[in-house]
Design a protein around this ligand. Structure first.
Ligand SMILES: [Mg+2]
Length: 353
């Protein structure tokens, strides 16, 4: 089977009526880049695989990513066997080395990699999680619903909705101007979810070490489950220093690029929980290898976002959570978990009630 065609399209999202925000940035609308890869053995029907890369902000980014895909990367994979996904990854890393294979380039490599795994699933008529050698057939999910632009009073009904949908963990953004405001947010959510369910906090890289220590001591007093992105994501030495100072679990990884940056994170003992983003990490193949490394370092894995990541988590013995937003109205988790879908490729869950 050979890759015969790569089709790249993009769209720009309308502005959000009410932008979401965290301590670092405002997510006011970005867009999506959609990739479709076609492959054929010359005898049977054409098999396709797709991926979609979303941007929460930066409306110019989808067009730039699409151009990298169309003009640099896609021509290099025509004629390749789609099942040789690691060979294709190596070709693309070498090709882009001159201007840097991380950053936006890696999002492009990831977009092709995810579409290739989807194509492989369709070629054999199986969900991707079954191809990978699964460790489970359902995955715990938590609700990232406590954006920083929501007031303390707004957070309460948000937490109630998460509980009604069967989530057993809720994440809240922190990094307000004062620690007292952070505490008010945590306390409000805790008053709804109780002490048996988990509450995670996410600072989106906003603190320096001393402020992260000061606030982290309070978060751990409030029994928060993990302290996410307390510091700049690329300062692994400072993350390690913080982790050795605090008792609370340190989580980071959504802004690390490629397995070698993650190797450094693990070698420095900088995190308890690693949180790769499938776009920035470099795709499904790269996430699987990062998870295997993490497992050997006794680091737990919790995905940044869901989508195709759900299938990968099934194959990771050290995976503890998929990050999720609210489920579609009327849907609920089963015992806090998402059941793995049975459709081919990166199929989506069919929500039960
Ligand atoms: Mg985060």
């Amino acid at each position: 089977m050979r890759i015969s065609r790569v089709v790249v399209t993009f769209d720009i999202a309308p502005s959000r009526a009410r932008p979401l925000s965290d301590a670092l940035q405002v997510l006011d609308g970005g867009g999506n880049v959609n990739v479709r890869i076609e492959a054929t053995d010359g005898i049977n029907d054409v098999v396709t695989g797709t991926s979609s890369t979303g941007f929460g902000r930066l409306r110019s980014a989808p067009a730039i990513l699409a151009k990298i895909l169309e003009e640099e990367l896609a021509p290099e994979i025509i004629g390749q066997d789609p099942f040789q996904v690691r060979k294709i990854r190596d070709i693309l890393w070498r090709l882009t080395d001159y201007h840097g294979s991380t950053g936006l380039t890696l999002l492009a490599i990831a977009a092709l990699d995810v579409a290739l795994w989807d194509l492989m699933g369709h070629a054999v008529g199986q969900p991707v999680w079954r191809l990978l050698g699964a460790a489970r057939d359902r995955m715990p999910a938590y609700a990232m619903v406590g954006w920083l632009n929501f007031s303390v009073e707004e957070l309460k009904p948000i937490a109630e909705k998460a509980m009604a949908q069967g989530f057993t963990g809720v994440k809240v953004k922190v990094g307000c101007a004062t620690l007292e405001e952070d505490v008010a947010r945590i306390t409000a959510v805790r008053s709804i979810i109780g002490h048996d369910r988990r509450l995670m906090v996410d600072a989106n890289q906003i603190f320096d070490v001393s402020e992260a220590i000061r606030r982290g001591r309070v978060y751990q007093e409030l029994r928060c489950f993990w302290f996410e992105e307390p510091l700049r994501a690329d300062n692994h030495a400072h993350l390690a220093e913080l982790r050795s100072t605090l008792d609370i679990r340190i989580a980071s990884g959504e802004n690390d690029f490629g397995k070698r940056q993650f190797r450094d994170l693990f070698e420095r003992r900088a995190v308890d929980i690693v949180q790769p983003d499938i776009r920035r990490a470099g795709g499904a193949t790269e996430c699987l290898e990062i998870a295997a490394m993490a497992d050997a370092f006794d680091v737990a894995y919790a995905s940044h976002g869901g989508g195709p990541h759900l299938h990968l988590l099934a194959a990771m013995p050290n995976a503890i959570y998929m990050e999720s937003g609210f489920l579609p109205d009327g849907s609920a988790l089963e015992d806090g978990c998402i059941r793995m879908p049975e459709g081919p490729g990166f199929s989506k869950p069919s929500w039960g009630h």
